[in-house]
Ligand binder design. Structure first.
Ligand SMILES: Nc1ncnc2c1ncn2[C@@H]1O[C@H](COP(=O)(O)OP(=O)(O)OP(=O)(O)O)[C@@H](O)[C@H]1O
Ligand SMILES: [Mg+2]
Length: 112
């Protein structure tokens, strides 16, 4: 299994969620986060306002998926969240050791 963490613009969150749902990804976790990338200290636009601060609000989406679904998940996020402007965000991928569905005790991919 893989864990995909995508930092995206807030206004892209709904589109990304819907696109992933269409690809049979039915579980994800979303968190409000703040961060910065390469343009640290420079302004970036967020909901029409210019942020001249280091931390810019973003949405973090965490998805655990089967190894076989990884490329589709990454491609879907990339195509949906991209505007081409600075600050589009990032996708981080890591190996995930295990997942357990608490209700049934199922483990691994059966728990997704
Ligand atoms: N190396 C990193 N580690 C952890 N989080 C990061 C990293 N780089 C970016 N982020 C997160 O992603 C968000 C968006 O980053 P951003 O898209 O500005 O990256 P960038 O490298 O500056 O690319 P761009 O030039 O397209 O802006 C940041 O606000 C931060 O939350
Ligand atoms: Mg940046």
């Amino acid at each position: 299994m893989k864990k995909v963490e995508a930092i995206v613009r807030h206004f892209k969150l709904e589109d990304v969620k819907n696109a992933l749902n269409e690809h049979d990804i039915h579980g994800m976790t979303v968190t409000e986060v703040r961060g910065f990338g390469r343009q640290k200290g420079h302004t970036e636009r967020y909901r029409g306002a210019e942020y001249a601060v280091e931390f810019v609000p973003k949405a973090k989406i965490e998805i655990v998926c089967k190894d076989a679904s990884l490329q589709m998940v990454v491609d879907t996020i990339l195509h949906t969240a991209q505007t081409g402007e600075i600050g589009d965000g990032k996708i981080f991928v890591s190996d995930l050791q295990n997942a357990i569905r608490i209700r049934t005790g199922e483990t691994g991919e059966d728990a997704l």
